[in-house]
Design a protein around this ligand. Structure first.
Ligand code: FAD
Length: 471
């Protein structure tokens, strides 16, 4: 029997938590029956960026969410298909009076939102779109003349001075209409993928809160000193949690402020640096919002039309971590083994692909998106364009990181390299700081460097200078 009362729908998208969830709390506020809804796309709706690591994490997080919703008295309703068709069906089935959800930060999510508003108008359903992803939306942080920032530092000065929201209380308990059917929780097979063998981070809201607690208690006060060393456990490891909304950005920021109040001088500096990184995430959301063309072309128009090499054997070596550059290979193998890569090494591997192998950053962007559990369209595009020298506030094209000297600086004892490249376990770390002098591989089975960094650096400079002279 259909429920005689109308219902309210909260549509979960990338906010897979019950704590500090503005849309869910607002939906529960009415006291009407509540439908916590998740709509999975199927393999037909699979984008080429969809990969098993992120989907596996998503599935685990949905399973945890289903349990958490039971503690509030509700039941997760899972449907599969196109968002508009499924919303239309469920709005009718539960006689929805209102639909609540959080706005998406990327053009794919946004294009659906326009259609959802039209659907709600057609069906006479209230449509409430809440802000959640960032402390400040892209239109909140603008120059004095109302233009988007193209450079991070002035963006950040403005961003840090704006008042920030605090987390809100947990939603009040609610009931989900009994007559509504739900599909089983999704598995990666729904996207035609196989369960990955990768050691991905533990999914779910409670694991994410544990990671945040651990980061705040033990890591962020030393963040300035340790964040660049991939062999150390010096960063928060919460990126996949922010990506899937297992913890809100307000909760992260509030925890930082609390820790900052109790920290000494050095600790405060560490926490400030950490907060600045949170602002980079929002800067890239703003770039993607105001300049969605960055997904197709270089942000900096001066560098549109660069000559890229056809991806061949070198690209395969990069993907599989067999370039013969230990720091690059360690990063690419960390990605394959865990669906994560340390930030410093993301920069090194991305610069290596674009500046040493001269391969289009879009191919690297795509490979990362397919493998990263934290794959975030805006940050990934921003990171790739930064590394390629083509992005907003990017590394200037002539500042080309040397993988050997980056190793000397950030992994001098080879801790990170040895962790991910077992063939090199017995090699003295001093040998990771320059190409093999004797022309022999560092260890049996480990390749010689696939290119000469100095030569490729010169080639990159020539490519950029040639394009500049043509414009
Ligand atoms: P922490 O150092 O502890 O930082 C805390 C949080 O701040 C991160 O979780 C993240 O949300 C944010 N953050 C930190 N650095 C950056 C940054 N440079 N840009 C944007 N946000 C940042 N980050 C993603 O979340 N998803 C991606 O798909 C992604 N792709 C990247 C690709 C490239 C080529 C590069 C150079 C960087 C990319 N980053 C991406 C940014 C960064 O590498 C990761 O956010 C970071 O390594 C995550 O680890 P952490 O949570 O321990 O970070």
């Amino acid at each position: 029997m259909p429920d005689p009362q109308p219902s309210i729908i909260h549509w979960f998208r990338r906010d897979l938590r019950i704590a500090d969830n503005p849309s869910l709390s607002s939906a529960a506020e009415s006291g009407l029956p509540l439908v916590p809804l998740y709509i999975t796309s199927d393999w037909q709706g699979r984008h080429h960026w969809t990969g098993p690591n992120r989907q596996q994490f998503l599935c685990g997080s949905l399973a945890a969410l289903a349990k958490n919703l039971e503690t509030l008295g509700g039941r997760l309703i899972v449907r599969r298909g196109g968002a508009i068709a499924e919303l239309r069906k469920i709005i009718r089935e539960c006689r929805a009076a209102a639909l609540h959800y959080h706005a998406s930060p990327d053009p794919f999510g946004k294009s659906v939102e326009t259609q959802v508003s039209l659907l709600c108008a057609e069906l006479g359903v209230e449509c409430h779109i809440h802000a959640d992803i960032a402390l400040h939306g892209p239109d909140e942080v603008l120059t004095q003349s109302g233009q988007p920032y193209r450079v991070f530092t002035p963006y950040f000065r403005n961003w840090e001075n704006l008042p920030k929201s605090s987390p809100i209380a947990k939603p009040r308990p609610f009931k989900t209409p009994d007559h509504l059917t739900s599909l089983p929780l999704p598995t990666v097979a729904d996207w035609g993928l196989e369960v990955p063998e990768t050691q991905i981070a533990e999914p779910g809201e409670s694991a994410a809160r544990g990671r945040l607690k651990h980061a705040i208690a033990g890591k962020i006060e030393n963040y300035s000193a340790s964040r660049d060393f991939p062999g150390a456990d010096g960063t928060s490891r919460i990126s996949q949690d922010l990506r899937h909304g297992l913890v809100s950005i307000r909760t992260v920021h509030a925890a930082c402020l609390k820790a900052r109040a109790a920290a000494d001088h050095v600790g405060k500096a560490g926490i400030d640096t950490f907060i600045k990184e949170l602002a980079w995430r929002e800067f890239y959301f703003a770039i993607l919002h105001h300049f969605p063309n960055v997904l197709r072309e270089e942000f900096n128009a001066d560098w549109r039309g660069l000559e890229w090499h056809e991806p061949g054997r070198d690209f395969e070596a990069w993907k599989t971590g067999t370039t013969g550059f230990p720091i690059v290979d360690a990063g690419m193998r960390e990605l394959l083994a865990t669906g994560f890569m340390h930030n410093r090494v993301r920069m090194i591997t991305a610069m290596f692909l674009t500046k040493d192998l001269h391969i289009d950053w879009k191919l690297g962007e795509s490979w990362f998106m397919r493998h990263l559990v934290d794959g975030e369209i805006a940050s990934n595009n921003g990171g790739w364009q930064w590394s390629a020298g083509t992005g907003a506030d990017a590394a200037p094209y002539f500042r080309i990181q040397n993988p050997w000297s980056q190793t000397a600086r950030y992994d001098p004892d080879g801790v990170y390299i040895k962790r991910w490249i077992p063939e090199l376990a017995k090699v003295h770390p001093s040998r990771f700081l320059e190409p093999p002098k004797d022309g022999r591989p560092l260890a049996p089975g480990y390749p010689l460097p696939c290119v000469d960094h100095k030569t490729e650096r010169e080639r990159t400079l020539a490519i950029f200078n040639r394009l500049r002279s043509q414009k």
